[in-house]
Design a protein around this ligand. Sequence first.
Ligand SMILES: CC(C)(COP(=O)(O)OP(=O)(O)OC[C@H]1O[C@@H](n2cnc3c(N)ncnc32)[C@H](O)[C@@H]1OP(=O)(O)O)[C@@H](O)C(=O)NCCC(=O)NCCS
Length: 173
Amino acid sequence: MSQEDEPSPLYSIEQLDKAKHDRSGFSCGLEDLDQYLKRYANQDLERGVSTPYVLTKGDEPDIIGYYTLSNYLVDVEIFPAEVGDGLPYAQIPATLLGRLAVDQPHQGNRLGKTLLLNALKRSYEVAEDIASFSVVIDANEEAQGFYLHHGFQTFPEKEDKLYLPVKTIDEII
Ligand SMILES: CC(C)(COP(=O)(O)OP(=O)(O)OC[C@H]1O[C@@H](n2cnc3c(N)ncnc32)[C@H](O)[C@@H]1OP(=O)(O)O)[C@@H](O)C(=O)NCCC(=O)NCCS
């Protein structure tokens, strides 16, 4: 991660803590992403199905942005031949970047990019201990531009999913 993309000392990114972080005012423009943070993110954390990380400013409790990570299993056949070819498995381990969003008043200030690079760096570091072939994200058409802009690629026949091989993450961060 370049110095420019590290969270500035003003901001921090850490695991969601419902006693510390205020989710009530978060609004990114997509209702399902807002509702997920407010209603389900902490439940998923407690049940061990997804880990939410939140971006806050200084000592303020308000959540400005968030993303979630989970372990994932992907069918090898959905990768392009040149990427998945030669892997003698039907399914391979991956990391799911389930959601990523920035509060509307803060959009356009590189915080989405800061969150994405933080998620990629974390995924890369975890994959050194527990193998992961690729980071995968479900993204609607509108959000795809953001991920394509940052080096993700679409699967040939799964237009709602994008991927970034873990081995290429160090080139990006
Ligand atoms: C998509 C989103 C996360 C981007 O966050 P942001 O803080 O507004 O974006 P940033 O300021 O960090 O942008 C970083 C770079 O991405 C580019 N970018 C941002 N949104 C983009 C988009 N939709 N398509 C293409 N490029 C985009 C910016 O132009 C910028 O480019 P640069 O580095 O070359 O200058 C944010 O707009 C958002 O939360 N949207 C609603 C929720 C959503 O769609 N989430 C993704 C689906 S899970």
